[in-house]
Design a protein around this ligand. Structure first.
Ligand code: CP
Ligand code: NVA
Length: 347
């Protein structure tokens, strides 16, 4: 059912209802079809609109998805990079928001603190889209669940396992998405992290909000520290980097020790449903073809066999396999971001 989301910000996905999230997912799929049919070329609904995309952390997918989506819709797009503005350094978030709110019809923001997104929403007066904070990655979540819908059909009652750093932003967004779609999510990581997700002050309100949604929509959240057990019956296996943007390189060694047992490998895939799909928000460390993974291999490969090839959260065997749908998933970032822009600043 069409919905009016004009003026709304996607700061946290939890500020939307289940029906609104489902509408955004359906719209993402419709816009993808329209693009494949070339229909977007004679329909530019946002001509005359202007958006800004601000990044305090680097990006490939999110930046490009916003730029292409804006172009397809007819809107202009201004990119402000991590080193390209005084935001948060010489000018407060409040003042920046007050100014940009006069130029732009919508603002994307990628940064650290969720409070910075909230301040942008409060002071800019225009829709703000969270392009990743330490707390959440809601536009990623839409592409993830859109991709699951494409491969699995109806998601209700299906099982998604997130393996690895289960306390990070992407794991949280996967839990939130499962709560909206009525899926069973298993957060598979070290026992110490189970408690953090359930009880740490920075996590508890989100966990409890998800429990309420699961009660309403079906599905569940559970925890495991055994990847082969967790994978049983899984329709989706998902992982993310062990060290996130903004975290220090010195964290790699402790994370290898802590999360090595949760590397997604072919044994885990084989323990899942026969037609399981593998998803990853990307970028992924699956070989030694990056500066970081080369360095990890050199420094830690002998000491920790799990990273001997430079692969960390997922093996290259899984990444190169037919199970991997993370490239299609990355493509869906553009369609789902287009849906968010259109729904929130459209005419
Ligand atoms: N998945 C994701 O957000 O990718 P980027 O960091 O490249 O934007
Ligand atoms: N957890 C990762 C996701 C990158 C898209 C990070 O925050 O860097």
């Amino acid at each position: 059912m069409p919905m009016n989301l004009k003026g709304r910000s996607l700061d946290s996905a939890l500020n939307f209802t289940t029906e609104q999230i489902k509408y955004l997912l359906d719209l993402s799929i419709e816009l993808k079809k329209a693009k494949y049919q070339g229909l977007h070329t004679n329909n530019r609904p946002l001509v005359g609109k202007n958006i800004a995309i601000m990044f305090q952390k680097d990006s490939t997918r999110t930046r490009c998805a916003f730029e292409v989506a804006a172009a397809d819709l007819g809107a202009s797009c201004t990119y402000i990079g991590p080193a390209g503005s005084n935001f948060g350094k010489k000018e407060s978030i409040e003042d920046t928001a007050l100014v940009l709110g006069q130029f732009y019809d919508g603002i994307e923001f990628r940064g650290f603190a969720q409070e910075d997104v909230d301040a942008l929403v409060k002071y800019s007066g225009v829709p703000v889209w969270n392009g990743l904070t330490d707390a959440e990655h809601p536009t990623q979540m839409l592409a993830d669940y859109m991709t699951m819908m494409e491969f699995l059909g109806d998601l209700k009652g299906k099982k998604v396992v997130f393996a690895g750093d289960i306390k990070n932003n992407v794991a949280r967004s996967i839990m939130i998405g499962a709560a909206f779609t009525g899926m069973h999510v298993v957060l598979c990581g070290p026992k110490s992290q189970h408690e953090i997700v359930k009880n740490a002050p920075s996590h508890k309100p989100v966990y409890e909000a998800c429990l309420k949604l699961f009660e309403r929509n079906g599905g569940s959240v559970s925890f495991s520290d055994n990847k082969l057990e967790a994978a049983k019956g899984a329709h989706v296996i998902y992982t993310d980097v062990w060290v996130s943007l903004g975290e220090d390189f010195s964290l790699f060694e402790p994370r290898i020790k802590e999360l090595g047992a949760f590397q997604v490998d072919m044994d885990m895939i084989k323990a899942a449903n026969e037609d399981v799909i593998f998803l990853h928000c990307l970028p992924a460390f699956h070989d030694d073809h990056t500066q970081f993974s080369m360095e990890i291999k050199k420094q830690f490969g002998e000491k920790y066999p799990v990273v001997a090839t430079g692969a960390m959260e997922v093996t290259d065997e899984v990444f190169q396999s037919k199970y991997n749908k993370s490239i299609e998933q990355a493509g869906n970032r553009m369609h789902s971001i287009k849906a968010v822009i259109l729904a929130t600043i459209g005419y």
